[in-house]
Design a protein around this ligand. Sequence first.
Ligand code: T4K
Length: 374
Amino acid sequence: MSHILVTRSSMPDFDEYIEEIKEMWETHWLTNMGPKHKELEKQLKDYLDLEYMDMFTNGHMALELSLQALNLKGEVITTPFTFASTTHAIVRNGLEPVFCDVDPITFTIDTNKIESLITDKTCAIMPVHVYGNVCNIEEIERIAKKYDLKVIYDAAHTFGVKYKGKGIGSYGDVSCFSFHATKVFNTIEGGCACFHDADFGKKLYKLKNFGIKGPEVVDGIGANAKMNEFCAAMGLCNLRHVNEEIAKRKKVVERYMYRLKNVNGLQFNPIQKDVTPNYAYFPVFFNEKLFGTTRNEVFEELAKNGIGARKYFYPLTNTFDCFHGKYDVNETPVALHLSKRVLTLPLYADLSMENVDRICEVIIELYKKGKTND
Ligand code: T4K
C-alpha cells in the first residue's frame, strides 16, 4: 500500500529544468537578482496582474520585511487560525498581535469583530486568505479607511486566485504570496510581496539586500532575503504548467466532493461569489455529533491506512508555547472550535482518482461505523 502525503510538490520534467538552468554553467550567475530572477518577476507580474512586486527567499520574509518597510508601531489585528508565519512576522517586528476571531464559513477574519478590537495603538490589519478563501475585502477596506490603518494580506495560499476579476495580490497596501514547495505554484522556496507604491518598493528592496543603495552607499540596515537563480528557474518552469496544475487540482476536489456528498457532519471550503479559486487546500471540518467520530480518530484511522492528513491549522497560533499563555484563546472561540475539528486531506495535481477514492473510503467506513454505534 503506497503512502499518500498531504501534498506533493509540483515539478517540471527533469529535462525542462535542466534546459532552464543550463546557461548558468556559462554565466556563473547564481543569485543577486540575475536574469532568471528578472524574467520570473516580469512573467509573474503579468500572470498575477500586478503593477509592483518584489520576490524573496520565502513567503515569510516577504511578510516580515513588508511589515518592517511600513514602519509600523503598536498593535496589529490578525487571526490565530493560520500558519506560525503570520503571527511570527508581527511579533518579530516588535509589534503586538491582537487576535480577532474568524468567520465560521470562510475561516477568514470575522469583519464584524474587527472594530471592537481597535484601540489608539492599532496600526494595521493583517488578515489571511486561509486555504485560498478570500477575506471580506470591501469591509476590511472600509474599516482600514475609517481608522487610517494599513492592510497587509497574508496571501500565502492564494496564488492565482482572482476576486471580481482582479488578481488577489492587488488588494490591501501589501499582499504576500508564498512560493514554497507545498504551494500551488512553487519556486522550491520563495515568495513575493505585491504593493502599489514605487517608494515603498525601494524600501522593501533595500531590506532584502543589506540596505544597499548603490555600489558604495549603504544607507539602510537590511537583511538578506534574495531569491536565487535556481529557485527563479524552477519558478519559470512551474509557471508554464500552473494553469494545468490548477485544473487538475479542481478535478481532485470535485472527486472528493462527489464521493463525500452523502456523509453527514462534514464542512468544506465555501464556494465564494466573485472568486476564481485555486484549489490550494482541501480542509474538512468534522462535526462529531453528526459524523459519529472525532477529528483525531479520523486522523489516526487515515494514518493507519497510510494516508497523511494534516491538522492545518491546529494548534492556534495564540496558544503556541512560545507565547507562554500571553493570549486568551477564549477570545477566538470560533477559531478554537474549527482548529479542533479540521483535517486537511491530501491534495495535489497528480493525486490519482483511485487514491482520492481510497481516502474517501476510510472516511465513509468510519461514518458508517459511527452511525451503527448511535
Ligand atoms: N502564511 C501562511 C498562511 C502559510 O501557510 C505559510 C506557509 C506562510 C505564511 C509562510 O510561507 P513560506 O515562508 O513557507 O513560503 C508547510 C510549509 O512549509 C509552509 O510553507 C506552509 N505555509 C505550511 C502550511 O505548510 P509543514 O511543516 O507542514 O511542511 P512539511 O515539511 O511537513 O510538508 C508537508 C508535505 O508536503 C509533506 O508531507 C510532503 C510535501 N512536501 C514537502 C516538502 C518540504 C513535498 O512534496 N516536497 C517538499 O519539498 O509546513
